[in-house]
Design a protein around this ligand. Structure first.
Ligand code: GDP
Length: 453
């Protein structure tokens, strides 16, 4: 067991309860020096999964009343002896209690050190450890579902299956290369190619899942554009269900970008209400316009709002030049004021929705269109998804190596050349699951966690 570490596992702020976690060698002994149960039994005698009520004390001086929960190795989060002490979440209590644990032999935990130990003690794979962070950070029901699935190991199992498939092909070629005189089946290159193409497809599907995984995790960045006064802020407020943007009938009142995170059917959308792109002499509004252009560059979805009851102004359409290759909805707003024929080329949009602030049902229609356009409604959140850049990069490298192997085969290179690329693909996949990883990468992954996790 590693030396004992201690840290606050809950946010450090005044709160009803705070949990301080200790893990490692002598964790129970160290906790027993600071925590005294009300009943005479010491923490040292407590079995795993048992809790005791008592006091955190500094010698004879009581600091706070608390509950200590004991986990005994290997049946704990980290796989080591663990004690979780729940006390009141007061800053003075937290400071004092931590100091006492440190003075009695624990040291401050580094970022993600508890989960790192869980990984190093084979309690979870690297992708599962990363999923712990995603579970904590999930802001929508679908991202929680996806993170929970990864935590259960769906991504790991998928990578493992792909790895097995490649290893089988690799093993067969290797055996044939190593023992050419043995009575082994000849390597059937058509068969090998077929299997490699299958693995390539699997990896490509996984790589494609990154974009969807990202949309689920970080939300669909939706930028609302259009000239001032067409109803952007009103639509933003309808979608958000709150008064976030200031709605007035004076043009150009939303000068900065207003951001709001919402959920539609459990999916997260990050809405940006822009000032509208139009030429302006007003310095403040000009800055707003530039920011709007920057936001459009990052957008996953554009809501282009026009006043459907008025003739469109030519400069209203200029904003669309910045929106190429981004899914777009044309929102014809103010339909309660009547509809005016316009020279908008609707073909350039993925769909057109008519809305009116006087008719909430039209806003519901808009929500449905937003969901169906992202295609996230048909996505199985519990399928294996790549959730971060590290995972994407490892799959991309594995895929590139596999393609190299296929090129080598198609070009008639020797089997040795094919095997080198196949082995490199396997290495990348093992790096993804954490089975073949340098210490540097392990540290890099866990440094992104918070202290106490
Ligand atoms: P923005 O400048 O594009 O953000 O436009 P606002 O949301 O501030 O709306 C401008 C004005 O149009 C406000 O007075 C709104 O109440 C009004 N408005 C917005 N949507 C509608 C609508 O669908 N119908 C009608 N009649 N008025 C609307």
């Amino acid at each position: 067991m590693e030396e004992c570490i201690a840290a606050v596992a809950t946010p450090i702020a005044p709160a009803g309860i705070c949990v301080i976690r200790l893990s490692g060698e002598n964790a129970i002994e160290i906790a027993a020096k600071v925590f005294v149960p009300v009943k005479n039994q010491s923490l040292l005698e407590l079995e795993g999964y048992r809790a005791a009520y008592g006091h955190i004390v500094d010698g004879d001086e009581p600091i706070d009343d608390a509950v200590a929960l004991v986990f005994r190795a290997p049946n704990s989060y980290t796989g080591e002896d663990v004690v979780e002490v729940s006390c009141h979440g007061g800053m003075a209590i937290i400071d004092r209690a931590l100091e006492l644990f440190y003075n009695n032999g624990a040291r401050p935990a580094q970022s993600g050190e508890f989960t790192k130990r869980a990984f190093l003690n084979d309690k979870m794979t690297l992708t599962q450890a990363e999923a712990v962070m995603d579970v904590i950070n999930a802001q929508s029901f679908s991202s929680l579902k996806a993170a929970n699935a990864a935590k259960k190991g769906v991504l790991y199992k998928k990578i493992n299956q792909i790895c097995d498939d490649i290893t089988k092909i690799d093993g067969h070629i290797q055996a044939w290369l190593d023992y050419p005189d043995e009575d082994l089946d000849l390597v059937d290159s058509d068969d090998v190619k077929k299997n490699l193409y299958q693995v390539r497809d699997d990896l490509e599907n996984l790589l494609n899942s990154y974009k969807l995984g990202n949309l689920i995790k970080n939300g669909v960045k939706t930028v609302i554009v259009g000239r001032p006064n067409v109803g952007k802020s009103t639509i933003m407020n309808f979608l958000s269900g709150e008064e976030k943007s200031i709605v007035t009938n004076i043009s150009g009142t939303t000068r900065d970008i207003v951001e709001n995170v919402i959920q539609i059917d459990g999916l997260m959308f990050v809405l940006f209400d822009t000032a509208g792109i139009r030429l302006s002499d007003d310095v403040v509004e000009k800055i707003g316009v530039e920011r709007a252009k920057d936001k459009i560059k990052e957008a996953d979805l554009i809501l282009f709002v026009v006043d459907g009851s008025e003739k469109i102004q030519q400069n209203e359409l200029e904003v669309l030049e910045y929106c190429e290759n981004i899914p777009k909805i044309c929102v014809l707003n103010k339909m309660d004021l009547g509809f005016v024929e316009n020279s908008i080329d609707f073909e350039q949009f993925d769909c057109v929705v008519e809305t009116s602030s006087k008719n909430p049902q039209t806003m519901e229609n808009l929500k449905h269109k937003m969901i169906s356009l992202t295609q996230l409604n048909s996505l199985d959140c519990e399928a294996p998804l790549l959730f971060n850049e590290r995972q994407k990069l490892a799959v991309k490298k594995a895929l590139d190596e596999l393609k190299n192997a296929l090129v080598a085969m198609e070009s008639g290179f020797t089997w040795d050349a094919v095997v080198i690329s196949i082995d490199a693909a396997i290495d990348n996949l093992l790096e993804l699951t954490g089975e073949n990883l340098s210490e540097h990468i392990v540290n890099e992954v866990f440094s992104k966690f918070c202290v106490g996790k």
